[in-house]
Design a protein. Structure first.
Length: 138
């Protein structure tokens, strides 16, 4: 989980949000309504919902945010996070505790975890994943 999360108010324009994302080298923003997280806008959204649709850059960001925000709690496992991301078809999963965003898990984070360790460890992990997938499809 990365603790470096960018939040913006729902009235911020698309251009302002994009500038903040660029300055922070972050691939998404959490859209807030006062102090409550209400949605997310990702780099992919800038392609599929903004550029492809010809939206003006002065559009308020909440208009393109994916909502409701799908989250997990910090006590959940990497496996649970991966399952949620797979089921929901998302690549970024905010972590919430006590109604506050405390971090974000991305597919990149999961790939980094999977790439740590020896080849034999990876083979064992992959075998366990395949077994779980086979049990889940029965």
């Amino acid at each position: 989980m990365s603790k470096n999360v960018l939040t913006v108010e729902k009235s911020m324009t698309l251009q302002e949000a994009a500038q903040q994302m660029k300055e922070s080298s972050i691939g998404c923003v959490i859209v807030m309504d006062d102090s409550k997280p209400i949605g997310i806008v990702t780099e992919r959204d800038f392609v599929t919902k903004i550029a492809a649709d010809g939206r003006p850059l002065f559009t308020e960001i909440y208009e393109v945010a994916s909502s409701p925000l799908i989250t997990i709690k910090s006590g959940e496992t990497v496996w649970e996070a991966s399952e949620t991301m797979k089921e929901k078809g998302i690549h970024k999963l905010p972590v919430m505790d006590n109604d506050q965003i405390t971090g974000i898990v991305t597919t990149t984070d999961i790939v980094k975890i999977a790439s740590v360790g020896s080849d034999s460890e990876m083979r064992r992990i992959c075998d366990q994943i395949i077994l779980r997938m086979e049990k889940g499809s029965k």
